[in-house]
Design a protein around this ligand. Sequence first.
Ligand code: FAD
Ligand code: MLT
Ligand code: ZN
Length: 450
Amino acid sequence: MAPYLVDWRSRYRGTALGVVEPSTADEVAVAVRIASAHGVKVVPQGGNTGLVGGGVPLTKHEGSQQIVVSLRRLNRIRDLDLLDNVIVVEAGVILQNAQAAARTAGRLLPISLAAEGSAQIGGIVSTNAGGTNVLRFGSTRELVLGLEVILADGSIWNGLQRLRKNNAGYDLKQLFIGSEGTLGIVTAAAIKLFPLPHSCVTTFIAVPSPAAAVRLLRYLQSELGDSLTAFELIERVCLDLVFGVVEEARDPFEQSYPWYVLAEVSATVKEVVLDDIVERSLASAFEIGIAMDAVLAQSEKQRVELWRLRDEITEAERRHGPSAKHDISIPVSRISDFLARAPATVRTHVPHARPIAFGHVGDGNIHFNVLAPAEDADCINRAVYDLVTTLGGSISAEHGIGQSKIELLAHYKDRTSLSLMQRVRRALDPSTTFNPGKLVHVPPVRGSDL
Ligand code: FAD
Ligand code: MLT
Ligand code: ZN
C-alpha cells in the first residue's frame, strides 16, 4: 500500500485499512456503501500528483479508520463525439491519454500541466486543475460539460450530460468540480473538445522585469488576440535549478537574464504564417523595452526542449529540498507589486530564505515558492498570505486546499464563505465519509445551525 499512503512531495504519510481498486462506477458505489455502513472514511485518489496532501489519508483520524479508493482502473474512454465536440472519459484515465485520444480524432483537449503523464481525469476535475492553457481555454471548471459522481450514501448521480446550455436549476456539477473529493467521487466526465491548431510558435523571451512581462502579455494579446495560448513567467533562479537536475537542458541564450517568458501562439485558421507575425510583434516589443531577447523553436524537438525548461521546475525544486509553496492568485495588475515586495517581506522573518517565482502570469497565478527548512514554513506562509490578502488575492489559485492549507483557509476565508462551505459539505455528506481533514473542517451541528 506504501505508494498510496504518501503524497508526491513526501510531506504527508497516512495510514489506511486498505486500498480499494474498483473498475466500474457500480463497484465504487458498493465500496462507498460498505465503508459508510461501518463508519469507515473514504479517501479518493487519482494519480496522486496533488501538491496539498488531499489524496492521501490522514495519519490518524479521530479513532476512525480510512480506506483509499483508487480510481486508476476506471480507465476507459467511453465516447468521443466529433459533432458534439466532446470526450467522455472515466476518472482513472491519465490526462495525457485523454489528450492523445482527442488528438488522434483531430481535436484538442486543452487541459495541460507538467503532471499530465500521471494526473488522472478524476483528480483534474476534483482539483479544478489549471495549467498552462488557462489563458485561452479557462480552468477545468469551464471545460466540463457533465459528470458522473458517487454520492456519500453510495448512490450514483448521473449528471453526464453534454449540453452547452442548461439552466434547469442549480448547476450541480460545479459543486463537485474543485471539491477535492470531499463531496463525492467522480467516476466519469464529459469534457469539451476544440479544433486542433494548424500551426504553433513557441518562443522563449528574456524580459527585464515582471512589470515588463505583464505589459508584454497585454501587448502580444493586442497583436495576436486569442491565438496567444500560453504565457508563463520564469525567474532566472528556476532555470538554474533545472540545469542542476536535467543534464541535457540548455540555456536558450548565451547570456543570463533576470526573467523569462515562455509563450505559445497557435493558429486554428489554415495557412496563417505565424512565425512572421510573432517575429514582427517581438521586434516591436524590443523597441519599446518590454522584451530583451527571444528565441523561436524551429522544430518540434526544440519546442519540447523549451517546454521542458518550464515543466521541470517543480521536480527540480522537489529534488533541491524542502520549500514552502505558495500557489497564489492576485489581479494581474498587481503581480509586479507582489513580486517586488514578497521576497523582502519573507526575508524580514527568515533571512536565509530563497524565494523562487514562476507561473501562469496571464491568469494572475504565481508560484511563489520559498526554499527554506520546514520549520520556517509557518512564518513564511503568514508573511506571504498576508501580503496576498492585502493585494486582494487568494491563497490558492489552482492546487486547492487539501490538508496543507486547511488551517490557512480557516484563517483567511471570510466567515460567511466558510460557513456556506461547511453547510454544503454537511448536506451532501452528513457523516463526513469522504476525505475527512481536507479542505474545510466540519464542526458538529449546533441547534442554531439547523
Ligand atoms: P490526486 O493527487 O490523486 O488527488 C487530488 C485531489 O482530488 C485529492 O483531494 C483527491 O482526494 C481528489 N480526487 C482524486 N480523484 C478523485 C475522484 N475521482 N473523485 C473525487 N475526488 C478525487 N496543478 C494545476 O492545477 N496546474 C499545474 O500547472 C500543475 N502542475 C503540476 C506539476 C507537477 C510536476 C505536479 C507534481 C503537480 C502539478 N499540479 C498542477 C498539481 C496536480 O497535478 C493537480 O492538482 C492534478 O489535478 C491532480 O490530479 P491527480 O489525479 O494526481 O489527483
Ligand atoms: C506548475 O505550474 O508547474 C505547478 O503548478 C507548480 C508548482 O510546483 O508550484
Ligand atoms: Zn501551476
